[in-house]
Design a protein around this ligand. Structure first.
Ligand SMILES: Nc1nc2c(ncn2[C@@H]2O[C@H](COP(=O)(O)OP(=O)(O)OP(=O)(O)O)[C@@H](O)[C@H]2O)c(=O)[nH]1
Length: 147
């Protein structure tokens, strides 16, 4: 990104209810989330709000999230309209894609969008910190660079 190599460490947590507590324990310290439901399974869509609540509670309000409606290759079995996905993402203020892991549709876009958002937020935080440190160092004399 901007010629800066980014290293992603990705955990695929279990979506099943019986592993819920286990998954949530991975949330702390994560910078971003890809929240996936299955467009052919409306209960997976309904569960996204519970996951979103957990993400905000356990990882913080500031983390980046992308919402994906996966299995868009199975149009004839669709239970969740694209509009419902778009509306939910709009309410959360997060990006949304319909994807197919099987047909490789929008997968790269989703990862790219999330990486970009994390990178933008973290690099602006670093710049902000540097501005503060350099400002302070001027006052306190001899330190030329405090990066
Ligand atoms: N048609 C289609 N099938 C898919 C797609 N993505 C995953 N599958 C199938 O859906 C099933 C479940 O996929 P998983 O990757 O195990 O789903 P998961 O969300 O990780 O499941 P949990 O581990 O229970 O959370 C598998 O049979 C996959 O082959 C897709 O985009 N299209």
């Amino acid at each position: 990104m901007d010629e800066t190599p980014l290293k992603l460490q990705i955990w695929d947590t279990a979506g099943q209810e019986r592993f819920h507590t286990l998954s949530v324990s991975y949330f702390r310290g994560a910078h971003g989330f890809i929240l996936v439901y299955d467009i052919t399974n409306s209960s997976s869509f309904e569960n996204t709000s519970l996951w979103m609540k957990d993400i905000k509670m356990k990882a913080g309000e500031e983390v980046e999230v992308v919402l994906l409606g996966n299995k868009c290759d199975r149009e004839d079995e669709r239970e969740v309209s694209k509009e419902r996905g778009e509306k939910l993402a709009w309410e959360y203020g997060i990006p949304f894609f319909e994807t197919s892991a099987r047909e490789n549709i929008n997968i790269e876009n989703a990862f790219h969008m999330l990486s970009e958002a994390i990178y933008a937020k973290r690099s602006s935080v670093l710049i902000h910190q540097n501005v503060v440190i350099l400002g302070e160092s001027k006052k306190s004399s001899s330190c030329v660079s405090c990066w």
